[in-house]
Design a protein. Sequence first.
Length: 199
Amino acid sequence: MEIVLVGRSNVGKSSVIRQLTGKRVQVGKRPGVTRRPIRYRCGKLEVVDMPGFGYMAGMSRARQEEIKTGIVRYLERNRQKILLALEVLDARAFGEIVERWERRGQVPVDIEMFQFLRELGLRPIVVVNKIDLIYPDERDEVLDNVCEKLSMPQPWRQWDDVVVPISARTGEGIPELKRLVRRRLCELNQERLLGYLKR
Ligand SMILES: Nc1nc2c(ncn2[C@@H]2O[C@H](COP(=O)(O)OP(=O)(O)OP(=O)(O)O)[C@@H](O)[C@H]2O)c(=O)[nH]1
Ligand SMILES: [Mg+2]
């Protein structure tokens, strides 16, 4: 059984996996190098780090599409094994990227992916990472905007079983994220897997 993490390159997927599993996951490597899902085995549970999607310096449009298609195929093929999906966003970059795409009349890939995960019935958890880079008095506004863009009406606090602000760097929000992941596994009657995650 699997927990999958999706998100743009450099949002901190690998850092989040490190926090959840305690494994020595490679972080901060050159973006876009990971082409295949990387699986971290934690007993009977596997945590899967998906290649980062979206724009990366020096990468062709065709290659970006290819990565996205690869992720979609993986999720479809492995749906039965996937218990939980975490979509990781960069708190500081998200709003700006989304607006840029919308100005061009395109659906941002982050939003597309979130909807796709929902269509698969996965009830994705939205991990808003790098919250340490946002001033405390601006955080509610940033999180409200994330919700709004993902078709969840603000205020964000009513979605605290979907949206979790964290910093994989400072550890802020990590206990809340772990609690939510555990709760979801319980709801799926997968209590037997709880012991494989880092406390
Ligand atoms: N300030 C801040 N930096 C972070 C945080 N989480 C990760 N980073 C940094 O962001 C960079 C990317 O982190 P990764 O975990 O490698 O990101 P990723 O999503 O796995 O990236 P790819 O594998 O390229 O798709 C690294 O330099 C991390 O140190 C955070 O919460 N706050
Ligand atoms: Mg990574």
